[in-house]
Design a protein around this ligand. Structure first.
Ligand SMILES: [Zn+2]
Length: 451
């Protein structure tokens, strides 16, 4: 069992962000186990309806378009040979290559990704993009000799046709200039909130940025071998590490921390259990969640966490979907949120006040009201405006738009936005009986796999 204080801290940090995005109702695809494409399908806008159904095919931070491409191309260009080609080009001793390669590099500084921003059409909010740089800019960052170029700070992200994509950590470089271009280092979480959820390119960019951030932070937190204490050196262009001690040579792989996140359901009375975690976001109600402990299955973690936090016994546990979550604390480069429906066997709530502010049963009607709220769109607009201001170099003494602008409408409760798996667990339960996906009837029901 983890130390209680530590555990409490971890839970507060992994809480899905309260800043929701643009969509009023989301319905999760009914087949969570199949390979999901990046495409999102959306119902036509219909001003006569008060809700908009969205059929999400993949969670935010999943569906990385470069992963898909890399797997196809893995035979033609290994990460190691791509790194050798990049090093040669930086140092100017490039050998003629059968396939000319182009390099795109995404710089990060202190966990923030380089981003640009462009005006949206009409009254749409600005649209951010990843701030890819080319070899000339990279040489500028590294110095003319390229002496600082090391696999320590550079990780391979994937390749597509003749372009190889990299991320570089420039936290230790002094001021980084990119000429007249309007670029700024922005928190990935802010980019997440600023994204229009209907924009598949933005979703792809978020997945790339999330993967890069997770890898770079993992490199930062795994500098030494945990077995013998010798230096751990990057291998395969940063995709793994290895102990430099010849008598040890331990292989070290990127760390993923599994978190069980569950919507606890009272099937008989058609209610769901929602928890209020933080007094700092007083109206936010969300799913229970917690880290899986060593020697424990995910289903056991669902039952244990629910019991510890609310005193409720869980029987059947049904898998829903999972989401990489690279925007937690630096010490946890990538959490994997594994989502479940958890069916309650007992119903009396005894809140553990060290873990939660409160927990209550809510009817479907109450939950639907929390899901059809304009704050999602408003939060996206203000975050997109903030990214634009940062890219335009708003002075330090000028205030940026807040990430979270509650506006004037104050619903008594709201749930995390569509970028968080909690949103989809809650909305797919709340709208399961409506059979509406993409504006047409659907046989979409709760997942059938049962444990
Ligand atoms: Zn070692």
């Amino acid at each position: 069992m983890l130390n209680l204080n530590l555990k409490l801290k971890l839970k507060l940090i992994l809480l899905p962000s309260p800043f929701p995005l643009f969509s009023k109702v989301a319905t999760f695809n009914k087949t969570p186990l199949r390979i999901l494409s990046l495409t999102t399908d959306f119902s036509p806008r219909n001003s006569s309806t008060t809700t908009m159904s969205i059929n999400l095919r993949t969670h935010v931070f999943a569906g990385n378009p470069l992963h898909f491409k890399s797997h196809k191309n893995i035979d033609s260009l290994s990460p190691s040979s791509a790194f050798e080609a990049l090093t040669a080009r930086i140092l100017g001793n490039s050998q003629p290559s059968p396939t000319p390669l182009n390099f795109k590099v995404l710089p990060f500084r202190n966990g923030k990704a380089l981003a640009s921003s462009a005006a949206g059409s009409g009254d749409s909010p600005p649209i951010w993009n990843l701030g890819w740089i080319g070899l000339d800019d990279l040489r500028g960052i590294l110095g003319s000799s390229g002496a600082q170029l090391s696999a320590e700070s550079l990780v391979y992200l994937g390749s597509e046709d003749d372009v190889v994509y990299w991320a570089i950590d420039v936290s230790s470089s002094e001021a980084v200039e990119f000429g007249a271009r309007e670029l700024s280092f922005v928190e990935v979480r802010t980019l997440m909130v600023a994204s229009d959820w209907r924009d598949s390119q933005a979703m792809g960019n978020l997945a790339v940025a999330g993967h890069a951030k997770a890898l770079l932070e993992w490199h930062n937190t795994s500098r030494f071998c945990g077995h013998c204490g010798a230096k751990a050196v990057p291998m395969e262009a940063g995709r793994r590490k290895q102990c430099s001690n010849d008598s040890c040579k331990k292989r070290i792989y990127p760390r993923v921390d599994p978190v069980a996140i569950m919507l606890v359901i009272d099937r008989e009375n058609d209610r769901a259990l929602l928890a209020k975690r933080s007094k700092f976001v007083p109206r936010l109600w969300t799913c229970l969640s917690g880290f899986t402990e060593a020697g424990e299955s995910l289903e056991e973690a669902v039952r244990r966490e629910t019991w510890e936090e609310t005193g409720i016994e869980v029987g059947e546990v049904v898998y829903h979907s999972s989401q990489p979550w690279p925007v937690g604390p630096n010490s946890m480069p990538c959490q994997l949120m594994v989502g479940f429906f958890a069916y309650a066997k007992s119903f009396e709530i005894k809140v553990d006040r060290e873990e939660l502010e409160d927990a209550q049963w809510y009817s479907k009607e109450e939950v639907r009201k929390a899901l059809t709220f304009d704050e999602y769109k408003q939060a996206q607009r203000s975050a997109a405006a903030k990214v634009e201001q940062m890219c335009k170099g708003v002075g330090k003494n000028q205030s940026l738009a807040a990430d979270f602008n509650v506006g004037t409408q104050l619903n008594p409760m709201f749930v995390p936005g569509p970028f968080a798996i909690a949103h989809h667990l809650i909305s797919s339960w709340a709208f399961a009986d409506q059979n509406v996906v993409n504006g047409v009837g659907s046989n979409s029901k709760q997942p059938v796999s049962s444990i």
